[in-house]
Write a protein that binds this ligand. Structure first.
Ligand code: FAD
Length: 478
């Protein structure tokens, strides 16, 4: 069966696009899938039959049609930086569809403020091309140096400057996608439309479980990096920081960077700021035309001071701006693996959101209950990094000491379940803020969506009736 599929795919696409070397198959899930276990000799439970290197929409279409007709599972990937086990293979009848090679710049239209790219375009490269014209994509997730536009759209990602520019859902204007039966569809780019539900949203956040996004058009913005307003403050508590941020946002100010760190997270990630027990550090960047950035900054100062915050200068912000993506230099590499073997400790994160009042309850409950119930929890902290009119997020960070290194994943699941239970106990608690569901949090989807979950199941069945697209993601495998 596997040999037949390989021969057929070679016949359709050419041998150079169908990779079957053992080392390719062993590493197909990518170095960021189970990085801790990998350091201790993790081997995937299921290997894919082949990795198909798609170079065009036609390649994607032929591959999907073949796999759909023959009921072969397909896992699409671009940058392979996802963090919720989206790329784990769950059966022995799977191919990877690697679209990173579809990285062409199709058009950079500076007059209409849009760029059209292939799904494998690296975000960092597009940002570079935009900057050359005095523009920015406004999309700067921490994975910016590694991630591609296809994956960023499929995971419903968000960038560090989101409070001004929005998440990817605010940035995608139109797209081309291939449905599992090989049919190519396009969602035309119009500035706004009132023509039924927005079909872009069937693809944004679809995690490779509904279709393959082959081409995207995203917005561009005028870039004013020389006019950034920056400022940092120490506040007496994390909760007081949330209140200050709430006031800034709900009064109508839109700084691009809005971050608030509790002491454990600050000590772990930025050691440079001295915080007393219970204190928190918040910092901001305001951007846009110089006058707007200045006025936003002046008002942040006033509001922060009214909340008893202590000015901490701009150095902290400069340090963060300069180092914010450095993790991408080492993640998944031998240096990290060596550290895991020495410390047997794993650092990971869980990002959630809620309304302004409930986020404080969630933070308090998580910080109180998790250490009481998890013996191997070495560190727990969190920061706010994306704020909205109605609420904000907390990006919890934690360190776990491995009981059995090859079972780190199970330890993580225990923590994530416990944490998300606190989140979902609140009416406005959202258990997946920006990393998606993958095969980790998919079992929470029913609770996350409540009575609307059958619509998600229906959408999956309608778009992917044979269930070939990234099974086990988005909805539970039935
Ligand atoms: C160090 C680090 C920092 C991160 N920081 C952030 C952050 O700040 N904000 C944030 O939102 N996320 C962040 N992430 C998570 C991750 O980078 C994002 O989810 C990113 O969007 C994934 O893009 P990718 O190209 O790597 O996709 P991949 O990992 O290749 O794929 C991700 C998912 O999308 C699907 N997919 C990929 N390409 C396509 C396609 N063309 N069509 C359909 N489905 C597709 C895959 O099947 C998979 O389910 C971070 C991850 C790391 C490792």
């Amino acid at each position: 069966m596997a040999n037949q599929a390989i021969n057929d795919l070679i016949g359709l696409l050419g041998a150079e696009k169908v990779l079957t070397d053992e080392s390719v198959l062993l590493n197909a899930e990518g170095p960021l899938t189970r990085p801790f276990e990998r350091a201790f000799g993790y081997k995937p439970k299921h290997l894919p039959i082949a990795v198909v290197k798609a170079m065009s929409t036609e390649d994607v279409s032929k591959t999907l049609k073949y796999c759909n007709d023959n009921k072969i599972s397909v896992i699409t990937k671009t940058g392979a930086t996802c963090s919720e086990d989206q790329l784990i293979v769950i059966n022995d009848n799977t191919i990877f569809l690697d679209c990173e090679g579809m990285n062409q710049l199709i058009k950079l239209d500076a007059y209409n403020m849009m760029a059209t790219v292939g799904c494998g375009m690296h975000l960092a490269r597009l940002e570079e091309l935009a900057n050359e014209q005095g523009l920015t994509t406004g999309h700067c997730p921490q994975s910016q140096p590694l991630a591609c536009l296809g994956g960023l759209t499929a995971t419903r990602s968000i960038g560090q400057f989101s409070t001004y520019y929005g998440g990817i859902e605010d940035l995608v204007c139109g797209l081309e996608a291939v449905l599992p039966n090989g049919e190519v569809i396009r969602i035309r780019n119009v500035p706004r439309r009132s023509a039924g539900p927005d079909l872009r949203h069937m693809f944004i956040g679809s995690e490779g479980a509904l279709a393959v996004i082959t081409e995207l058009t995203v917005k561009l913005f005028t870039y004013y990096p020389d006019d950034f307003w920056k400022g940092a403050f120490v506040v007496k508590s994390f909760e007081e920081g949330i209140d200050a941020i709430r006031e800034i946002i709900t009064k109508g100010f839109r700084p691009s960077v809005v971050r608030l760190y509790d002491k454990p997270d600050m000590d772990l990630n930025y050691g440079s700021v001295e915080l007393a027990e219970g204190e928190a550090c918040m910092f901001f960047v305001a951007e846009g035309p110089a006058d707007i950035a200045r006025v936003t900054g002046e008002n942040i100062m006033k509001i922060a001071e009214a909340h008893g915050a202590r000015w901490a200068g701009t150095q902290i912000v400069d340090h963060w701006l300069a180092t914010r993506n450095n993790i991408c230099n080492t993640i998944g590499g031998e240096e990290d693996a060596q550290k895991f073997r020495e410390t047997k400790t794993f650092y990971a994160t869980c990002e959630i959101s809620a309304s302004w009042s409930e986020i404080k309850d969630i933070y308090r409950n998580v910080m109180e209950k998790l250490p009481q119930n998890l013996e191997n929890l070495v560190l727990l902290g969190g920061h706010v990094s994306h704020s909205y009119q109605t609420g904000t997020n907390v990006y919890f960070v934690y360190q776990l000491k491995a009981t059995d290194p090859l079972k780190m994943n199970e330890d993580q699941w225990e923590l994530i379940d416990m944490l998300c239970k606190e989140v979902l106990a609140q009416p406005t608690g959202g258990a997946m803020h920006h990393h998606g569901t993958g095969k980790v949090r998919v079992k929470l989807m029913h609770e996350e969506h409540g009575s609307s979950y059958p619509l998600m199941v229906g959408l999956k069945h309608m778009m992917d009736p044979n269930g070939i697209m990234n099974p086990g993601t988005l909805i539970l495998q039935e």
